[in-house]
Write a protein that binds this ligand. Structure first.
Ligand SMILES: [Zn+2]
Length: 326
């Protein structure tokens, strides 16, 4: 069962990565390998999985630890690419290539159609493998905010030519149930800016929402805080780009989690005003004849709404308040 869970997060994270098209390749050491074709034989003793998701991707059933592994299946192409990039990265650093010469080499390889990064820094940052940590009552992987932003900029060279000196990030956090029949869920943090494709900053996987919102957000907020203070340097273009979060786009349960407020079924759930709802026909009705005072970001930051705020949101110390939520 454990391995199956690993494969599931592995595959889903891969799907996310492919969706956003700018993510590091995933290669989890702890997980067994999987194949998207399912035609390699050894997985055939697995009982069929019931969900649509599982039926799209089939797996090698056994962990790949046996000596005979090489006889039984070919190394997937992605692994080859990654190991080539890895080899290239260590060759360049072993031979003390400058950034300029590495970039020239990368440009030549790209001309030949090889899928290598454009910039030596990205090459050196190419993850050797991805390890998942236990966090917030589930499994968690942090991919990186700056890493994602740089990938997007590198893939969109006209961004540099626009000479922008600031970027506004849109952050999307939602819980994504995996199966109708279980409580297993993903909580990805996705980021986008301008009109570029979103990329994955981190992902949590567990049988409930993250147990601690500060743990769930800490890597992300720490890196954001550094980017906010120092900006993002693009040395080649002599740019220092100001990075700001412009908006959080979240559904109601995610807003309740990360803002540290009552769920949308609470009497004081309204995020705009201090109305007290009432219970009718199994739901909370937010209506009052009396006028209700509007909530303010200042008071929210001071955590004065004790019947609305259930915890001190870690966003507050980063200056992220209600106006950031759309
Ligand atoms: Zn209201």
């Amino acid at each position: 069962m454990y391995l199956r869970r690993w494969r599931t997060i592995h595959a889903e994270a891969e799907a996310f990565a492919q969706d956003s098209d700018s993510e590091p390749e995933l290669n989890m050491e702890e997980s067994s390998e999987y194949s998207t074709s399912g035609s390699e034989g050894r997985g055939s003793n697995d009982e069929p999985e019931s969900s649509d998701f599982q039926s799209e991707i089939s797996y090698e059933e056994e962990p790949v630890s046996s000596d005979s592994e090489d006889e039984f299946h070919e190394v997937p192409e992605e692994d080859e690419q990654q190991s080539f990039t890895e080899k290239l990265a260590s060759w360049c650093s072993r031979n003390k290539h400058t950034r300029k010469s590495t970039n020239e080499l990368l440009a030549m390889l790209r001309e030949e159609g090889l899928p290598v990064p454009k910039d030596s820094r990205t090459l050196q940052k190419t993850p050797r493998s991805i390890t998942v940590e236990e966090k917030c009552g589930g499994q968690y992987k942090y991919f990186g905010l700056e890493f994602g932003i740089r990938n997007v900029i590198e893939d969109n060279q006209n961004f540099i030519s626009q000479n922008l000196n600031s970027i506004n990030l849109k952050i999307n956090i939602d819980g994504v149930p995996l199966f109708k029949s279980s409580s297993m869920q993903f909580w990805p943090i996705l980021c986008s800016f301008e009109n570029f494709k979103p990329f994955l900053v981190s992902i949590f996987y567990g049988n409930s929402k993250p147990s601690s919102v500060s743990e769930f957000l800490e890597d992300f907020l720490e890196e954001y805080s550094q980017l906010k203070t120092n900006g993002l340097q693009i040395e080649d273009a002599r740019l220092n780009i100001k990075v700001r979060i412009k908006a959080f786009i979240c559904d109601a349960p995610a807003r309740a989690l990360i803002k540290g407020i009552k769920g949308h079924t609470g009497y004081y759930a309204c995020e705009r005003c201090t109305i007290k709802g009432y219970w009718k026909n199994n739901r909370i009705i937010l209506y009052s004849k009396d006028e209700c005072s509007l909530r303010t970001d200042e008071e929210f930051s001071l955590v004065v709404y004790d019947n609305h705020q259930t915890s001190v949101s870690p966003l507050i110390e980063h200056g992220i308040v209600s106006k950031h939520f759309v």
